[in-house]
Design a protein around this ligand. Sequence first.
Ligand SMILES: *Cc1c(COP(=O)(O)O)cnc(C)c1O
Length: 469
Amino acid sequence: MNKKSLLSNLPKVDEILNNKKISEVIKEFPRRTVIDAIRSKIDHIRKMILNLEEAELEQFEIHIDNLVSHIVSDIKKRNTMSLRRVINGTGVVLHTNLGRALISQKILKDLVDVACNFSTLEFDISTGKRGSRYSHVEEIICELTGADAALVVNNNAAAVLLVLNTIAKGKEVVVSRGQLVEIGGSFRVPEVMAQSGAILREVGSTNKTHTFDYENNINEETGGILKVHTSNYKILGFSKEVDVEEMVILGKKYDIPVIEDIGSGTLIDYSKYGLAYEPTVLESIAKGTDIVTFSGDKLLGGPQAGIIVGKKKYIDKMKKNQLTRALRVDKMTLAALEGTLRLYLDEAAALENIPTLNMLTMNREKIHEKARALLGRISENLNAMDATLIEGYSQVGGGAMPLEKLPTYLISLSSNRMSAQDIEDALRLNNPPIICRINEDRVLLDVRTIKEEEFDIVADAIEGIDNGR
Ligand SMILES: *Cc1c(COP(=O)(O)O)cnc(C)c1O
């Protein structure tokens, strides 16, 4: 056959629409998705024909059944959400690329209620007048942190921006050189400072900053003393940081507000549960810090948010700043945050029901038990694959507790038919995707971050991959 007749033999969109399999599919998916998928497949084949060499023309055939099944799988692919759940087998509890903290199932109903219905977002039920969206969480944040006032914005980066812009625009802010951190590539203290209109006054050295370094740099232009938690790295050895307590003494002496970007921000003392000590917001406020900012979706275990707590006179000024409107949070965020914070009223319940807290404090026996259960499910029907249980470490992630190694159990997979990379690819392309890591040519799945209700999905996927399905 020549190119011309091959091209004229190409099926038409209408012909394929009449195919029995496609008419089944069209009941389930939007018609335009189906037509788009058919069109692009036909287009693709047209291009293939145009690129064929003379010698290849003879063998070229179009199998309608094949074509249709390709189109059907393409339709299904087009119809899956781009933003969707994955199974986290990496053992990184706060995985920024995988959505950081998980919202507790316990508050699902409250969240859906607010999202899908009209709500009290900015309406005061007792007076029938306009209310404030921030009122829903302010009281409980104050109760849990001991602060006078609170405000919630889009994320901690926004919180720091708003604080500096409100308190220190056009003025100098003193910061230790050891705390000019970059977090996750996009948050850099010097750049956020520049955006806010405050002027960075670096003091001390990279490894050591003393109280006198701050004091020697305070002058009539100083608008704030800032402490930044070096969340994702540690300076070990010959180093010194000044405690907020000493900064507060300086702040009082010169009448300058002390601001702490505490980063992750925790409401419970993780060291009670065998983890590294991470400064709590409550302590910072108790030491007299004027303003503290922290993230909602790191160790707190809530939605993405930036929480600002501190003295009422400063928070009131921030509420009036135009920037607040641009950085404001959505009702879904507020509902998730209020729900999460309410769980903290009972610490045992918080540990049980907030997934981040639960995964971080899960003890070895519990992880071992989970790992054995998953391994049991996986080993049932293995063919060329080998699955074993090994010991290893999980990570906190989210730039928090960078040195913390959490002992865990891993399922280690290998196959005499597939490389570790092939297995990792197949797991990642599963629906839902299963994300894991590779070490020394074995695929590792950390059970700390895999929920029990996900075991069947993981086991079925592995079985399918092993059997070439
Ligand atoms: C994580 C972090 C930030 C950024 O917080 P986001 O909520 O991700 O915007 C800022 N400062 C510190 C110290 C952090 O640890």
